[in-house]
Design a protein around this ligand. Sequence first.
Ligand SMILES: *Cc1c(COP(=O)(O)O)cnc(C)c1O
Length: 465
Amino acid sequence: MSTFPYSAAASDPRNLWHPCTQMQRLPAVPPLQIARGSGPWLIDAAGRRYYDAISSWWVNLFGHAHPGIGAALKDQLDTLEHVMLAGCVHRPAAELAERLSTLAGGALGHAFYASDGASAMEIALKMSFHYWRNRGQTQRRTFVRLRGGYHGETLGALAVTDVQIFRDVYAPLLAQSHVAMSPDARQAVPGETADGVAARALADLDALLAKHAGTVAAVVVEPLVQCAAGMAMHDAAYLRGLRALCDRHDVHLIADEIAVGCGRTGTFFAWEQAAAQGQPLVAAQRPDFVCLSKGITAGYLPLSVVLTRTAVYEAFLDDSVARGFLHSHSYTGNPLACRAALAALDLFERESVLEHNRERARWLQQAFAPLAADPRVEHARQRGLIWACDVREHWAGARFAERFHLAARERELLVRPIGNTVYLMPPYVFDADGARWLAERVADTLDAVCREGAVSDPEPSSHVA
Ligand SMILES: *Cc1c(COP(=O)(O)O)cnc(C)c1O
């Protein structure tokens, strides 16, 4: 008996418990029954198509069923599907580590693999704590998170996550961390610029680090865009200041580039934009840890990686086994996943993706300019290939995110607003016409949703991504 596509008679959709979903809403928001993908399109079992304008939760880079990545994976499938990475090494894992080191300017030449974003965060947190311990500083055992920060939902990652809907229920289980002001530019007071907000956030962090001197292991940040917080964007000056503060207070800096890395914000690593105007980024200006996942395999397979400095790596070298970093996952460094990542890096090089993305960012900006000026929205903002705006409460109405998502589906568009924030994070495949098509469909959806919103009674919107 087939359970796909779902048919009421033959199967029970409740067998499958969906992530990040209140399952009671399943009848109201039935899952799209996706049969296949092609470029930016997802095609359902009935043959209807949807533009994947959020890159399937921010992982897809080059569209679905990309022939180049598919070919690399097919070759890898016939060569080596998996081998444990303790005591063994293979070409895809070794080559990927080397290429990532080069991309990070040689400053972060040690790559530790895992399988998803949250586990990369766990690794960075454990490594930082263990580094200080190996150095005799056992009192450094807390972390600093930023207001609105999101780093994944396992207990360690959740301890430094500050999105209430994910965190609050589990708060009794979480390790202690301190929370510092977010540099979110939307907090600007009249007359204040984004770098003014950044300066205030840095002053707040400075005071926090002074207050907890000697007990903090690391500060955790999503450079340039706090995505799960609702695409909260900040000035790059914050990153420069953050590096200086971490140096001054002698704490590690962990850059979570799981969502913003891999070219999403205009540079391969978002952190590169911390460089002073026209200056190259020197090694000392980089973070101590960079976490990548999501787009690293172009959305093909689960893989994450933590890149770190030689100073960290060397603090684990010792005759004692226990001073080593004894962390592993069964699929650490999986050859198929690493091969997909290599194929993605090949595309970045061969097709000058970063260069083309600058043009795509302009198309996006131009196409969405009318919406940015729409009085129903505020805080229209963009970083590279992330565009977002907040729909004013008056127009949004109850259950805005859900209603917008459903109305967009009817217009061949797959989007999932966060609260009242409508955002796009499309794969790197659209042209000027594509950007205009997206903008038209978003505007059309907004019209439809605002028409109903004005009449429904105000009840808090869902804040689930
Ligand atoms: C998605 C995300 C994570 C968690 O990654 P998973 O693979 O979902 O565990 C961590 N940090 C950021 C910034 C993310 O966007």
